[in-house]
Design a protein around this ligand. Structure first.
Ligand code: HEC
Ligand code: HEC
Length: 213
């Protein structure tokens, strides 16, 4: 009897310390992999960028599912002026590096939602060829993964892409040297219609069930 009791007490202690170590282990594991982004911070972003970063307006980019290092880089560029912006340059001043890391991490984990857009199919097919020649090596497409740090362009909002490309051409946004070179060559040979064709091609991405590629 005594022996049984002692045994039970020992088991109980073992069980308790086991659960305590589980709890601690859980704490230790959950910290780095699931960073807590204060919901208020995310809500500031989703007010414009849409639920979980999927924008409902063609003028505002979706940020869901873009590469983490790209999101982090572009927020830094808005702060330091490498990227032209109407809104973001001022807005990012309110966040420190750590908060920007967490935001980039959070939005990169959300899934991107494809919206159907109105496209001119002749332009889209011309754009597809131009994309293969000038842009695919870095940005990838439906059958090729992008280079790390380059955002996918297929399926992005057309108005946003149009304006963003203009900002690079005008030089108010600075692309890296290789991309600048690709854009300049494209416009020299195909004019601004070449850019418009690309925008239609990117806008032509359809949800998987009706894959047109
Ligand atoms: C008032 C509306 C508004 C709010 C709030 C807002 N954004 Fe933006 N965001 C924009 C617009 C508009 C752009 C396009 C650049 C510009 O003109 O400022 C943009 C661009 C971006 C981009 C670049 C996307 C790309 O494809 O390169 C990122 C990243 C981004 N915002 C992150 C955030 C984060 C993170 C927050 C929350 C802290 C946030 N934004 C809050 C309107 C907003
Ligand atoms: C050498 C690689 C490379 C090539 C070639 C290239 N790009 Fe890029 N592009 C990038 C990188 C890297 C970024 C991110 C730059 C930044 O952080 O501002 C980018 C950014 C962009 C963006 C901004 C996306 C956003 O979400 O705001 C657009 C639009 C774009 N590129 C279009 C093009 C087009 C169109 C072509 C072909 C004419 C092209 N790029 C060719 C590497 C490339």
């Amino acid at each position: 009897m005594r022996r049984r009791l002692a045994c039970n007490a020992a088991q109980l202690i073992a069980l308790l310390s086991f659960s305590a170590s589980m709890l601690m282990a859980e704490d230790e594991i959950s910290l780095p992999t699931t960073p807590v982004v204060p919901s208020l911070t995310v809500q500031t972003c989703t007010a414009c960028h849409g639920p979980a970063g999927n924008s409902l307006s063609s003028a505002i980019p979706s940020i869901a599912g873009l590469p983490r290092e790209y999101l982090r880089g572009v927020m830094g560029d808005y702060r330091h002026g490498g990227r032209f912006s109407t809104v973001m340059g001022r807005l990012v001043q309110a966040y420190n590096d750590e908060q920007m890391d967490l935001l980039a991490d959070y939005f990169s984990r959300q899934s991107f939602k494809l919206h159907k857009q109105r496209v001119d199919w002749d332009q889209a097919s011309k754009g597809r060829q131009l994309h293969r020649l000038y842009c695919r090596q870095c940005h990838g497409d439906l059958s090729r993964a992008p280079e790390p740090g380059s955002p996918v362009l297929n399926g992005r909002w057309m108005d946003y892409l149009r304006w963003t490309l203009q900002d690079y051409l005008l030089g108010v946004s600075q692309a890296d040297e290789e991309m600048s070179g690709a854009l300049t060559r494209l416009v020299r040979r195909h004019g601004e219609q070449g850019l418009e064709a690309l925008v239609h091609y990117y806008g032509s991405a359809r949800p998987k069930s009706k894959s047109s590629e």
